[in-house]
Design a protein around this ligand. Structure first.
Ligand SMILES: NC(=O)c1ccc[n+]([C@@H]2O[C@H](COP(=O)([O-])OP(=O)(O)OC[C@H]3O[C@@H](n4cnc5c(N)ncnc54)[C@H](O)[C@@H]3O)[C@@H](O)[C@H]2O)c1
Length: 458
């Protein structure tokens, strides 16, 4: 597994290097959704929320050649239409870029299939991450190039499924970008390369933080009001908001959809450390809980986690993520070496003896750069896969969550092999989600000491 991770990392670094004009990269020769440099790339969007709308806009804004959005899908039609409205407004001066019609707006749990089957070359996937393995697998099966947002799953079963599809994607010469955009941010690339080249000596310890405030919450009461108002406006009978509908709208707070905030957001910082280490942890242990964010719409996720990860060479990563108001906030990564300390997110080093370094690398907005790079690879048929390291960084988050929920040491190999699926048995708005509230509207919270993260956990 480590071998394919390293191979894919090299593939991406090589692709980036070629984009920078400094190296040549061998191309895969295989059947593929390869578009010649002047061809129009047809794009579909699955998951039309904030990020999906922005990512589709970035896909349509690359400097790589003609491209158009032809189909969109969302679980909810109102979200699909509002994303489309925003994209039409953004590209009002180049309306040929947004060619979605009423016939190519799809909604519901199967909408992803209809977008993927609508004659596209590339799909942008930005749903909540629980669905990622399902959508990714289908896009690979149908031979599409893919930009998929991070994280790529919420559970170990999803990672297994995603990694299997990633192997197929390589065999089919599909290009896969994952929304871990720091890999496309020039000062990060500069800083990480220098650390890997030994600028701060041998690494002893790493630290990573996503301590911030609570993100959005979509309250049950206001979702019900909105649904009632929409029904009245359309002259339709008012239907109740089902539990599945509520969780799908307020997805951040449910593990099958989100994977907890250690997965949703802290993945960015854990991913940077994996990048520096060119690997992933082999075990984790940690503490966490739900202490402040205990309100009625806060679901089942914890509001803080602190995890000690161990890499194969014995080095440690201390990781913290917290969603609590009025506390110390920091979204950062650090590495401590025998010759000095790297503030990775600040792109600077403090060396023992007083030397200092700060990156002067300049680059584009990484959210744009990642789409430029992916489309460059598609148009020039350059091997390009961020899938394995995206999956390993997601698994790193999941391993941390397993450790804080269970209160036990969690081992990568066992957790990846035996970790269960958190997903529902059935996808429909009337189906029962995997977790349901009690009579007071509260959800069961994972309890350390009792929670079993994976079969055979000691
Ligand atoms: N790379 C980054 O910096 C970054 C930033 C923000 C979000 N993201 C990622 O993007 C993803 C989406 O986040 P967001 O902020 O846009 O959330 P959002 O709630 O704004 O959008 C998600 C959309 O997906 C839709 N959806 C849910 N289930 C679906 C399904 N089965 N099929 C089709 N559509 C479905 C929802 O209805 C919603 O419109 C998350 O994985 C998040 O981590 C990445």
């Amino acid at each position: 597994m480590m071998e394919s991770f390293n191979q894919s990392r090299r593939g991406v670094l090589k692709a980036s290097a070629m984009i920078a004009g400094t190296a040549m990269v061998n191309s895969f020769i295989a059947q593929s959704a390869h578009a010649a440099s002047g061809d129009t790339i047809k794009v579909g969007l699955i998951g039309c929320g904030g990020r999906g709308t922005a990512a589709a806009g970035q896909a349509l804004s690359t400097d790589q050649g003609p491209i158009e959005l032809v189909a969109v899908a969302d679980a909810f039609e109102d979200n699909a239409r509002s994303a489309l409205g925003a994209l039409k407004a953004k590209f009002k001066d180049s309306p040929d870029k947004v060619k979605v019609t009423d016939e190519t707006i799809f909604s519901g749990f199967d909408a992803y299939k209809r977008v993927i089957d609508s004659g596209i070359d590339m799909v942008v996937i930005a749903t909540p991450p629980g669905f990622r393995p399902i959508h990714f697998e289908y896009a690979v099966e149908k031979g599409k190039n893919i930009f998929a947002e991070k994280p790529v799953a919420t559970d170990a079963a999803g990672i297994r499924r995603f990694l299997a599809a990633a192997i197929e994607a390589k065999k089919k010469n599909l290009k896969v970008g994952i929304g871990l955009q720091r890999h496309h941010q020039a000062p990060y690339i500069d800083t990480v390369k220098r650390i890997q080249d030994g600028a701060i000596g041998d690494l002893i310890l790493m630290r990573a933080y996503w301590n911030g405030t609570r993100p959005w919450v979509r309250q049950r009461a206001s979702l019900m009001e909105r649904k009632e108002a929409a029904a009245r406006k359309a002259g339709k009978p008012v239907e109740p908001l089902t539990e599945m509908e509520y969780q799908m709208r307020n997805w951040y707070y449910f593990n099958w959809l989100c994977g907890d905030h250690i997965n949703e957001q802290h993945i960015h910082n854990l991913d940077v450390i994996n990048w520096v280490k060119n690997g992933h942890p082999v075990e984790a242990q940690g503490v966490g809980g739900k202490q402040v964010d205990t309100g009625i719409d806060s679901g089942e996720i914890y509001d803080h986690h602190m995890v000690e990860y161990t890499y194969a060479d014995g080095t440690k990563l201390l990781s913290e993520c917290r969603h609590q108001q009025k506390c110390w906030n920091s979204v950062t990564e650090y590495a401590h070496g025998t010759k000095g300390t790297a503030d990775i997110s600040g792109h600077r080093f403090d060396l023992i003896g007083g030397g200092k370094w700060k990156s002067d690398a300049k680059g584009k907005d990484p959210y744009q750069q990642e789409h430029d790079d992916l489309q460059h690879a598609i148009r020039n048929d350059i091997a390009y896969s961020e899938a394995e390291y995206g999956a390993h960084s997601t698994m790193t988050s999941i391993l941390g969550r397993m450790a804080t929920y269970s209160g036990k040491i969690c081992r990568w190999d066992d957790a990846l092999k035996n970790g269960p699926s958190l997903m529902p048995a059935e996808f429909s708005f009337d189906a029962k989600p995997p977790t349901v509230p009690d009579e007071n509207g509260k959800y069961p919270i994972p309890m350390p000491g009792n929670y079993v993260a994976y079969a055979g956990q000691k």
